[in-house]
Ligand binder design. Structure first.
Ligand code: DWN
Length: 392
């Protein structure tokens, strides 16, 4: 049974940055989150059609979040050393920072966004510009054979039909092959109060407990879990065919940690929802007070997360003048729903502002390091994770 615990209001598509002339034609939906008492899976209530989100205009380019390039390089190095796969397939390869570490002849990309599929194709990697399904897995078996390593980062939690997703992996995985995927951790989101990781692109938020249930019912099993610091805390899940002998203590340890926190108890989700409401009130009050006192506020990182915060809290240009972002496709556009202008970082002088809200709070250290001069001149950062606070 699905029990609703969180209402984040009317939301646009989190990454649908837009031009002024499209303001009247924006798509909105009601963003609510539920907990499934049977599988323990957290999902959003109303799914948005994937074609509305992942298409030619999808702007999120992993390579623009430059610390992630090294993250994927290290992941590729570690997986090659540990498992020595003969061939590799990546689901949701984006601009290719993971696959580029593998041999072109034995590596395949699956990427539904045509703009990114073209990038990896041009790099010389065979790319299927399609959504991940059992039909596609069968087609790949016929054309390319079974895969030793199937990898996916920040993509499996984007897919609505998880049973089909895991069945497709089971079909394509060689008998001793491994399936490695990483996504934000539900436990870390609840601990950190980072409700902004719940939006249209994340129809599911994974716990190890829920994944253990879902993978098993589709003939796969988890044999290892790594805790990662990226995106505010993610889990890297290692899975294999269910009858493969691989086992590891980390699975039980993670599930135990989740039980101790109360992920199997609906009250935990109700407490989180109360915290989210308080976070909204505090953030709006703090920004409004600063504004009333004549302070100038901007935001760094036109993230999917900040779309969620700004729309949930009703924060627009009345409170935040401008957002800077390193992504060319977001620059010159307006943020979804609340229409704050997005500009390149070097088009503004940060010293003209008193406060910088961290839309990309997950890169707090990197940004604070880059913007030392802003702090030296009296500038301060604002974040809402784990609590609303000002720091310098
Ligand atoms: O799963 C998803 C992840 C991985 O990324 C997607 N559903 C969508 C996306 O979420 P996000 O937009 O919240 O991701 P990031 O990685 O937090 O986005 C950071 C944004 O900030 C990028 O647009 C790049 C920009 N940026 C910047 O302007 N200055 C990033 C850094 C590090 C910087 O210094």
């Amino acid at each position: 049974m699905k029990k609703e615990f969180l209402d984040l209001g009317r939301q646009p598509i989190a990454n649908a940055f837009l031009n002024k002339e499209d303001f009247d034609d924006e798509f909105f939906f009601d963003l609510k989150a539920c907990w499934d008492t049977d599988t323990s899976l957290v999902s959003i209530k109303n799914f948005v059609e994937p074609e509305e989100i992942f298409n030619e205009n999808y702007p999120y380019n992993t390579s623009n979040s430059f610390p992630m390039i090294n993250h994927f390089k290290q992941a590729a190095k570690m997986l090659t050393k540990k498992f020595q796969p003969k061939n590799v397939l990546e689901i949701g390869s984006n601009s290719g920072p993971f696959i580029e570490n593998f041999n072109k002849g034995n590596s395949i990309c699956v990427e539904p966004c045509g703009n990114f599929a073209k990038i990896t194709e041009d790099m010389g990697y065979k790319t299927y510009s399609e959504f991940w399904t059992t039909e596609l897995a069968k087609e790949i078996i016929d054309r390319d054979g079974y895969m030793d390593l199937i990898y996916s980062a920040n993509c499996i939690c984007h897919i609505h039909d998880l049973d089909d997703t895991f069945k497709a992996v089971r079909e394509l995985l060689s008998p001793s092959g491994i399936f490695v995927f990483e996504d934000p951790s539900l436990l870390r989101i609840l601990e950190r109060g980072s409700y902004d990781q719940i939006y249209d692109e994340h129809p599911h938020i994974f716990s190890v407990t829920a994944l253990d249930n879902l993978l098993r019912r589709n003939g796969l099993k988890i044999f290892n879990v790594d805790s990662l610091s990226v995106h505010g805390g993610s889990n890297r899940i290692y899975a294999s065919h269910i009858d493969n002998g691989l086992v590891g203590d980390s699975v039980r340890q993670n599930i135990n940690e989740e039980m101790v926190f109360g992920l199997d108890n609906f009250q935990t989700y109700e407490i989180f929802a109360d915290r989210v409401k308080k976070s909204k009130d505090t953030l709006v009050r703090s920004l409004s007070n600063l504004r009333r006192n004549g302070k100038k506020i901007m935001s760094i990182g036109a993230t999917a997360k900040s779309t969620t915060v700004f729309n949930y809290c009703g924060i627009g240009t009345d409170l935040i003048d401008v957002i800077t972002d390193t992504t060319k496709d977001k620059q010159g556009m307006y943020s979804p729903g609340v229409h704050i202008p997005v500009v390149p970082r070097d088009s503004i002088n940060l010293n003209d502002y008193d406060y910088a809200y961290l839309g990309a709070w997950n890169f707090k250290e990197v940004i604070a390091d880059k913007e030392r001069e802003f702090v030296q001149n009296g500038g301060k950062f604002i974040t809402h994770v784990p609590e609303v606070m000002v720091f310098s």
